[in-house]
Design a protein around this ligand. Structure first.
Ligand SMILES: Cc1cc2nc3c(=O)[nH]c(=O)nc-3n(C[C@H](O)[C@H](O)[C@H](O)COP(=O)(O)O)c2cc1C
Length: 359
């Protein structure tokens, strides 16, 4: 039997992986087309810079920051890395246009618009200012609409993800959207925790991937130690979506580790619904009160370390988070897993060929 030299196999595997995510790397300006999904209160300067310095693409979470704070955070991140990184803006932020102008003034190369359909005005401010704009597509129709509106790339995020989630799984979204949208690079997110999964989405046509949960226990991540410990302890089934109590008040489900806050969210919904029924609160105010519940709760857990009463937003891939690691080690591990899968396949093919030749 012909022995394929392992070094040659690994070189071929690396070339193949580089080809598979070449479009994503060209778009992001990276070596490794892995985006660190923005996580409010978690994705600040240190984690973002660490991901970019490790060859990936860090994304700052603006969350509810005012424009001046975002400007300061971008400047601080630039002091920690000279590699490309992005900024994630939530489209319902009341000062969205100002935040977009902050990104343009700071020459942020990529802006991710999350939490709803961005307006033409916002896309124009960003694109005229030279930024590439990335949108979230929770369904094929929305993806097509975003492409028509001039968006430069898409993230498709399945319901396995942590934080606010859609209704469809990553596997199904990928099958619906990847073959149908080829005009712009598409990055797959939600439930990804190993390199083999990254490889499979790249082979389906993804330009790259986005991971959030997997980076929470990175050494450089400033999340509270107890928040990180909860991630290390948890298994996939502990990361559950919040439940909507009343169809009049739609709740965008939030996936988080079950704790006292999970029950408190139900109680909040119940009390808000009662207030509306008694005429003490209008529908709009009630909806806002329900939506605001998790914003404050995430800060309590991720910053203050109150892991019972705060929100432990986490994706199902939390089951694959087993230890604290440097960010560079996490990225290296993901890349090595993808390479090992490619190399194993190449060895199998070479052996099959050799056996066929010998027969
Ligand atoms: C704690 C936490 C906070 C998050 N905050 C945001 C956010 O502010 N904006 C956003 O677009 N996505 C947010 N996400 C989603 C991530 O950016 C990312 O898309 C998601 O974590 C990917 O799925 P995964 O967790 O299975 O890797 C958050 C996720 C987590 C776990």
């Amino acid at each position: 039997m012909t022995q394929v030299p392992p070094a040659a196999v690994m070189i071929a595997a690396r070339r193949q992986l580089d080809r598979l995510w070449a479009r994503g790397n060209a778009f992001l300006g990276t070596k490794v087309a892995i985006m660190g999904g923005a996580m409010t209160w978690v994705s600040e300067r240190n984690l973002v810079a660490a991901i970019s310095n490790a060859g990936g693409f860090g994304v700052l979470a603006c969350g509810s920051m005012p424009p001046a704070l975002l400007a300061a955070e971008i400047a601080a991140t630039k002091r920690l890395t000279d590699r490309p990184f992005g900024v994630n803006l939530i489209v319902m932020h009341p000062q969205l246009a100002e935040l977009a102008r902050v990104c343009v003034a700071a020459k942020v190369g990529h802006v991710v618009l999350a939490g709803g359909m961005p307006t033409a005005e916002i896309i124009k401010i960003l694109k005229d200012g030279g930024a590439k704009v990335i949108g979230f597509a929770p369904a094929l129709v929305i993806g097509k609409k975003l492409v028509r509106s001039g968006i430069d790339a898409l993230v498709i995020e399945g319901m396995e993800a942590g934080g606010h989630i859609g209704a469809v799984s990553t596997a199904v979204l990928a099958q619906e959207i990847l073959p149908a949208i080829r005009d712009v690079p598409v990055f797959v997110a939600g439930g990804i925790g190993r390199g083999e999964a990254i490889l499979s989405f790249l082979e389906m046509g993804a330009a790259g991937v986005q991971l959030g949960t997997r980076f929470v226990c990175a050494d450089e991540c400033v999340a509270h130690p107890d928040f990180k410990k909860a991630f290390i302890r948890a298994s996939a089934r502990d990361a559950v979506p919040s439940v909507q109590l009343d169809p009049r008040f739609p709740v965008i489900p939030v996936r988080a580790l079950a704790n006292k806050a999970t029950a408190a969210f139900m109680a909040t919904q119940r009390s808000v619904i009662d207030k509306v029924d008694r005429g003490e609160l209008d529908m709009k105010a009630a909806q806002l009160e329900i939506e605001h519940f998790w914003a404050g709760a995430l800060r309590r857990a991720a910053v203050d370390g109150d892991i019972e009463n705060g929100s432990l937003m986490a994706g199902q891939s939390v089951g694959l988070v087993t230890q604290a690691q440097p960010t560079a080690a996490i990225i290296a591990e993901l890349v090595d897993q993808a390479l090992a899968a490619l190399a194993a396949r190449a060895r199998d093919a070479a052996e099959a060929e050799a056996e066929a030749g010998a027969a």
